[in-house]
Write a protein that binds this ligand. Sequence first.
Ligand SMILES: Cc1cc2nc3c(=O)[nH]c(=O)nc-3n(C[C@H](O)[C@H](O)[C@H](O)COP(=O)(O)OP(=O)(O)OC[C@H]3O[C@@H](n4cnc5c(N)ncnc54)[C@H](O)[C@@H]3O)c2cc1C
Length: 598
Amino acid sequence: MPEYKAPVRDIKFVMQELLDCDTHYKQLGYNDASEDMVDAIITEAAKFTEQVIAPLNQIGDQQGCTWTDGVVTTPDGFKEAYQQYVEGGWPTLSQSEEFGGQGLPYSLNASISEMMSSANHSFAMYPGLSHGAQATIEAHGTSEQKQQFMPKLVEGSWTGTMCLTESHCGTDLGMLRTKAELNDDGSYAITGTKIFISAGEHDLSDNIVHIVIARLPGAPEGSKGISLFIVPKFNVNDDGSIADRNAVSCGSIEHKMGINANATCVINFDSAKGFLIGQENRGLHCMFTFMNAARLGVAMEGSAAAEASFQGSLAYAKDRLQMRSISGVKNPDGPADPIIVHPDVRRMLLTQKSISEGGRALIGYLSQLVDITHASEDDDAKADAESKLALLTPIAKAFLTELGFECTSHGVQIFGGHGFIKEWGMEQLLRDTKISCIYEGTTGIQALDLLARKILGSKGQILKPLMTDVAMFAKDNADNPAMTEYVNTLNEYAKQWQVITGDIGQKAMKNPDEIGGASVDYLMFAGYVTLAFFWAKMASVAQSKLKDGGEDAAFYQAKIKTATFYFQRILPRAQGHAACIESGVDSMMALSSEEFVF
Ligand SMILES: Cc1cc2nc3c(=O)[nH]c(=O)nc-3n(C[C@H](O)[C@H](O)[C@H](O)COP(=O)(O)OP(=O)(O)OC[C@H]3O[C@@H](n4cnc5c(N)ncnc54)[C@H](O)[C@@H]3O)c2cc1C
């Protein structure tokens, strides 16, 4: 099992050197998030994830959760670790002070979530889902609902879920059948069965607050008829204390490919008491609050998996002796050279490194945009942040999870046959991370959201702020010969991105299927180029640090070398996607459904 070491140096590089979180927090009035405080929190979180959460990863996979008569038990150690997580005040970090939170920035919490996810994907999902439930109640709940539910959720003694999926509807939530009928006391009776509900039932918390989508009698068909409800496992008195058991039960848990320690539940609502959040039939609107935050959280799971796999692979590649380097013996005292000398092993290691570090930079940036939407008093800055988040969230979600999955596959490959053996933990990382490409909207759905709804829906306008940032970066670095290669390449790709967008728009006017035919390639193209932008920025920061002299030269040189690898060996993949887009949808649609036989 790879031993997880929190990448504290790189997290601080991203937060403090690349994104200047100190100035960012001051500008937003986060006065408690001083540099010392950020350092202290990151250091403590690193210890907690390394010492408490990571050691439970393998046992969690082996034991999984168990279901007996509706009661779900998490694997050995999970309950105690969750207790420590709550006692350490971790759930409260970025929550509102009004409800007992510490009021620290979202972006600081995001860096901790990354460590938790690398250390133990299953464990990290329990608090991750709670955050979504809290965000929804805080944004759309009444003041009574907030007083009843928020303090315990913030504290972590209650957890939350998102209950959307039903057996016949996952992507197409407009087909949902769960019913909500008004009771005499103003509450609603919720009836229906939800499937695949993460953390739907477990033994970690005193109560579980489900956020449920359901349909009111006579509601419009499709997604315009979705309403959102709070449905607690135990009913809650007005003062927030726990009352009797609600008619919510866990029918079973799934036996699945990965994240075995996170309970994936069938949840039955049998006239359970629920409370409307927001307006009737406006549930989809309210859901966007948690969907965007949740998508960012899942994007982070992709780079967190790449990091965990990289750490295991790197240690193994330095240790495992096989064959001699083709360019001359590197380990003359040993019977063979360590496999890290072989170019192909380096290709895989550097792919993992460039995706985990590049992903961390992208997520760090997006998290700061979330900070701006939460705390800025400048309406223009907020609107700008929202627009960039709308563009970049589906890109980050789908691109980083697809690449994260690829990186865990490289991890298995670097270990050779041993990667296929459970003991080493590399195959667990691969199995655990596949789900990130699926839940919170599959890669295909993120791609449609990006291309159809956002890019073509805005006639390409939504791309402009990012393109302006790329142009500004190029201008700022115009006089720096060390940046010329990065800047020129980036400019070419930015131009190509805009040309491709225009071409798809033209083709789609003749054949709407061109959008679906191009969408995933378009998203991947966008992902490779976006990450190139962040690698160029990181190279620029590293160059300045080296110029200034001082400590850590090896760290900055490694950054620049990894940036070069990304530009020369990863970014060109975007051309393959561009070629696929250009060839259009015809070959995909040529076979009729009847002709599609085996
Ligand atoms: C372990 C696990 C945990 C989960 N946790 C939760 C949770 O906590 N809460 C919750 O509500 N749900 C949860 N889910 C459900 C998850 O969000 C859905 O599985 C996912 O959204 C996909 O829905 P589906 O499985 O019904 O697939 P479908 O919607 O049937 O999709 C099947 C395939 O068709 C593709 N597809 C569908 N429509 C289109 C289209 N228009 N264009 C192109 N391609 C399309 C999809 O991309 C996919 O590849 C979880 C699922 C799993 C497995």
